[in-house]
Ligand binder design. Structure first.
Ligand code: PMP
Length: 448
């Protein structure tokens, strides 16, 4: 499956009508959000483009959020939104979960922030992560990016090789991005990545096998790194057959198979890999597993983890990080996974997500809009013919974003929804209704 992201700009009436609707929606946005606009003007004085996280930049200026409570956020101009951004999947517990609050306060009052030592808290959390995600060993980091960085270092050290096979549309962190079929300019060790041009389906499985075998024959393949659902790549699930094929080819060639579960570990009780019957050598984790704080982790087979990272082993690698075991993350993350996001709660959240996606695709039938994803992670796509083979319509996606904001739904502009726990059912129902009305209101430009 490959995505064509060109914007169709043909001068037909649907495009002209869309341009008019979009211009009107953008004018209303500017008029409705004077304080966000003012904040952006201040921000550009100290941050390049007013921003310290590129994804959050939206033209003509981003909304500036003031606070959040439960599953809602409020912007500087006082508008209330249902939070469907869900901090790109890290915000699973919402903004004020009582269990997380207790963990934070008791850590601060009774433990202290950074003890500069090993603690029982990291061992307690490591043991829960190992048990939950079927890992023999785990190491903590501060972000998912770092988790992938260290997992790749482990694979390279263990195999003595360097190259890594990845997939078009894959995202493995700030310096590991593979949209448009190639490594982004800021990719770390850019020359070491070989990008399979397809992802997710039978065609991709065949190409993955071929590329993995060819790269291995050249004698320098260390790892295959893949997501079970491409998150940043559009919330596109890979088929079980595709993932098994990539895994088998990796294992047959002696390459380390790394499953990036930074986003997908929340999709099934023991992670998506277990659900699909995969047995990765290494898994990377992150996002919600910090209980709302910055977090990453990587782990898997003990022969790899111990020989590469056990400081008692001669020639092992250093894995440093001042905040790797910070008490706040170790305790909040543990409390969340242990008490809140239990295996039963995980199953139920993803059932609600599947139901919501099904209802949204129901109201979108016959239009250019399609909802993708799995469980509680939902992607939305506008395509010229309503199929993935046809061109993307970024103009319609932008119109959708502006109008959903007006109706009180906070969604990433690129079209990604990460559901939080406990989003009220009537808000989910209202969203389905609002999407249906949006498609009716713009039937002339939305119908295929
Ligand atoms: N891998 C995947 C699949 C991700 O979605 C992300 C973050 N969106 C990362 C890695 C990087 O995580 P972080 O932003 O914590 O560095």
């Amino acid at each position: 499956m490959s995505c064509n992201s060109d914007l169709h700009t043909g001068p037909n009436s649907s495009h002209l009508e869309a341009a008019e609707a979009l211009a009107a929606a953008q004018s209303r946005y500017v008029a409705n959000n004077p304080l966000s606009k003012k904040q952006h003007e201040l921000a550009v004085e100290s941050l390049p483009g007013g921003n310290t996280r590129t994804l959050l930049h939206t033209s003509p200026f981003p909304l500036c959020m003031k606070h959040g409570k439960g599953t809602f956020v409020w912007d500087e101009d006082g508008h209330k939104y249902t939070d469907f951004v869900g901090e790109l999947s890290a915000g699973l517990y919402g903004h004020s979960h009582p269990v997380i609050r207790t963990a934070i306060l008791s850590t601060f009052d009774e433990i202290g922030l950074s003890l500069g030592s090993t603690t029982t808290y990291e061992v307690r959390y490591a043991s829960l992560l190992c048990q939950r995600f079927q890992l023999e060993r785990v190491r903590m980091t501060n972000t998912g990016t770092e988790a992938n960085l260290h997992a790749l270092a482990a694979a390279r050290h263990y195999t003595g090789k360097k190259k890594v096979v990845v997939f078009n549309g894959g995202y493995h962190g700030a310096c590991f991005s593979f949209g448009g079929g190639k490594a982004a300019p800021n990719t770390a060790d850019k020359g070491d990545f070989v990008v399979v041009q397809n992802y997710g389906d039978d065609e991709a499985a065949a190409e993955a096998r071929r590329v993995i075998e060819e790269t291995a024959r050249e004698g320098n393949l260390a790892a295959v790194l893949v997501e079970g659902v491409q998150g940043a790549g559009g919330c596109l699930p890979g088929s079980k057959e595709f993932l098994l094929a990539a895994q088998e080819a990796a294992k047959n060639t002696g390459a380390i198979f790394i499953l990036d579960e930074v986003m997908t570990s929340r999709l099934a009780p023991n992670g998506l890999g277990q659900e699909l019957g995969l047995s990765p050598d290494l898994v990377t984790l992150g996002k919600y597993l910090g209980g709302g704080f910055s977090f990453g982790a990587f782990g898997g087979r003990k022969e790899i983890m111990d020989s590469v990272y056990d400081p008692r082993v001669k020639g092992s690698l250093a894995h440093s990080g001042t905040f790797n075991n910070n008490t706040m993350t170790m305790c909040a993350g543990f409390a969340g996974l242990n008490q809140v996001f239990t295996e039963e709660v995980c199953v139920e959240l993803n059932r609600v997500g599947d139901d919501l996606r099904g209802r949204l695709n129901g109201v979108a039938k016959g239009t250019r809009l399609r909802f993708t994803g799995r469980g509680s992670l939902i992607g939305l796509h506008f395509r010229e013919n309503g199929t993935f083979e046809s061109l993307e319509r970024a103009d319609l996606r932008d119109l959708f974003w502006f109008e959903m904001l007006e109706k009180g739904f906070w969604i990433t502009r690129r079209g990604f929804i990460a559901m939080m726990l406990d989003t009220p059912k009537d808000e989910l129902d209202r969203f389905v209704d609002v999407v249906g009305r949006f498609l009716e209101r713009h039937a002339g430009i939305m119908m295929v």
